[in-house]
Design a protein around this ligand. Structure first.
Ligand SMILES: Cc1cc2nc3c(=O)[nH]c(=O)nc-3n(C[C@H](O)[C@H](O)[C@H](O)COP(=O)(O)O)c2cc1C
Length: 321
């Protein structure tokens, strides 16, 4: 028997997005294009195109290809630091995308406009304070992302284990947990803490369909516990693999570098260099702590079905306690 068929997973998150399993593939610069997003959606989760590394016309192309590759719902993630935000939002609406995940900015700026246009809007936060602000701004659900997560993160360093119950205590709208979730077992843990869905990033970087460079994917598989760190807090805190570029940043700190000097060191296109072009020395390699628990590169659909099988197994094991 297919394990999927035996799992009834209807809750507010599966109803909100009209998906089978409450597994959301987080939008990720240089990793989540149409191939990954459509593969996750076709597997019963929610795939998300990461617009953060795309020029507007590139995003248009990805949306089109995703629409051709799946008839299931998918979304677009828009980090609101984006310089061409108006153009990006215009394309999203024009192309008939139904779900937007905003991050890195004020949820008040776009939520009501997008809602008026009939879209479902979710905002990503890393603290209780911003979760409540996003709820007030009228979003449909929140992603609360803990300190463990890959990519850009909050300054407060609140871990998923503390953040999710803290947000759950006060939030009325549905809550999606992110940060450190790379298996069905951790998905169950997040749901025990009060989440109704999970947003998964790092695990999907090590998938066949991620657009990130093969060398970066392999480096994620090689990573051991303790080999990532949140750094560059003065600019925008980001969790990175400890490679040469990371070490250069630490040397700059030790030499008392100013914010300007850090900006200069980071320069432009560091993330593209590392994650897309596979320059493991000079590039910025964004990944979460959970990389230590990722041991293979596999198809996205396999990741989704393994999550559900592990989830079921862990639930049965817990029931026996
Ligand atoms: C390589 C990489 C790039 C990311 N880029 C973005 C992004 O562009 N926008 C965003 O909101 N989150 C971004 N994130 C965060 C993910 O969407 C997700 O919330 C996070 O990875 C969850 O934690 P995990 O890595 O422990 O699974 C990124 C994460 C990674 C690993």
């Amino acid at each position: 028997m297919n394990v999927h068929n035996s799992l009834e997973m209807q809750n507010r998150i599966t109803s909100l997005f009209k998906i089978e399993y409450p597994i959301i593939q987080g939008g990720m610069v240089w990793a989540s294009g149409w191939r990954l997003a459509s593969a996750v959606s076709n597997a019963g989760g929610l795939g998300i195109i990461g617009a953060g590394s795309m020029y507007p016309e590139v995003l248009r192309e990805h949306i089109l290809k995703c629409q051709e590759a799946t008839s299931k719902p998918f979304g677009v993630n828009v980090p609101m630091l984006y310089p061409e935000l108006n153009e990006i939002m215009k394309i999203i609406i024009e192309m008939g995308v139904k779900i937007v995940f905003t991050s890195a900015g004020n949820p008040k700026t776009w939520t009501s406009y997008l809602k008026e246009k009939g879209l479902t809007v979710v905002h990503v936060v890393s603290s209780l304070k911003f979760a409540l602000k996003a709820q007030e701004a009228g979003v449909d659900a929140i992603v609360a992302e803990g300190f463990e997560a890959g990519g850009h993160n909050g300054r407060d360093e609140t871990t998923t284990l503390v953040l999710i119950p803290a947000v759950k205590e006060q939030l009325k709208i549905p809550l999606i947990a992110a940060g450190g979730i790379g298996s069905g077992r951790t998905m169950l843990a997040a749901m025990v803490l009060g989440a109704e869905g999970v947003q998964v990033g790092s695990r999907f970087v090590a998938s066949n369909e991620a657009s990130s460079h093969q060398l970066f994917k392999q480096e994620v598989v090689n990573a051991k516990e303790g080999e990532t760190q949140l750094t560059l807090k003065e600019l925008a805190p980001v969790r990175l693999l400890k490679n040469k570029f990371y070490n250069d940043v630490q040397t700059a700190y030790a030499n008392g570098a100013s914010v300007e000097q850090l900006k200069e060191l980071l320069g432009r296109a560091r993330a593209k260099k590392g994650m897309f072009h596979g320059d493991l020395e000079e590039g910025e390699l964004e990944i979460g702590q959970v990389a230590a628990l990722i041991h293979d590169i596999k198809p996205a659909a396999q990741i989704v079905s393994d999550f559900m099988a592990e989830f079921k197994e862990a639930k049965l094991a817990v029931a026996k306690l």
